[in-house]
Design a binder for this molecule. Structure first.
Ligand SMILES: [Zn+2]
Length: 181
């Protein structure tokens, strides 16, 4: 939950700022109100845990729909700081869904303590739960993992995981929503 705190503080500051500036232009007020909106899965019209329909909407629409923290990771391919994510050291039994669209991605049975600082899984829920993109940024060749339904950036997959797959799906907690079995 730590990465969210600065945005809460920011939202409170923006709210005070907005209320104090009654005479600002309409455009400024609109942008400030969008920043203030409390974005959760319940306010996201694209979040659906049963639909398999692909989502193809503009980046602007995603920005209006997701919290700033989730938008930064899911659409701008950011990475949360190691050891700060809420699911890094978390082993309850249940399922993990895409935080942007609700697509079922992993089950807790495939989660393992990798020690790398991010929640890690050795396999996805189904083969089509995710898609793969070759990522050549930061002077490395890595395999990026994105949501199979909405293309949200989730993390990367590496070949140093445990049996039976040998894979380590290294994910951002903020890209995931957990639900107990
Ligand atoms: Zn998704």
């Amino acid at each position: 939950m730590k990465p969210i705190i600065p945005f809460v503080v920011l939202a409170i500051c923006l709210n005070i700022n907005c209320e104090g500036q009654v005479n600002t232009s309409n455009a400024t007020i609109k942008n400030t109100q969008q920043s203030n909106k409390k974005m959760t899965t319940s306010t996201n019209p694209y979040f659906n845990k049963t639909s398999k329909e692909k989502i193809n909407i503009s980046e602007q629409e995603w920005e209006n729909t997701l919290s700033p923290a989730l938008f930064e990771i899911a659409r701008k391919k950011g990475t949360e700081r190691a050891y700060t994510g809420k699911y890094d050291n978390f082993f309850d039994r249940g399922f993990y869904f895409c935080a942007a669209c609700g697509n079922k991605l992993f089950k807790s049975d495939s989660k393992f303590a990798s020690g790398c600082g991010w929640p890690s899984f050795f396999e996805t829920y189904t083969e089509s739960s995710v898609q793969y993109i070759t990522d050549e940024t930061h002077g490395m060749i890595r395999t990026e993992v994105v949501c199979g339904r909405c293309n949200a950036h989730l993390g990367h997959v590496f070949d140093d995981g445990p049996k039976p797959t040998g894979k380590r799906f290294c994910m951002n907690s903020i890209s995931l929503v957990f639900e107990k079995k």
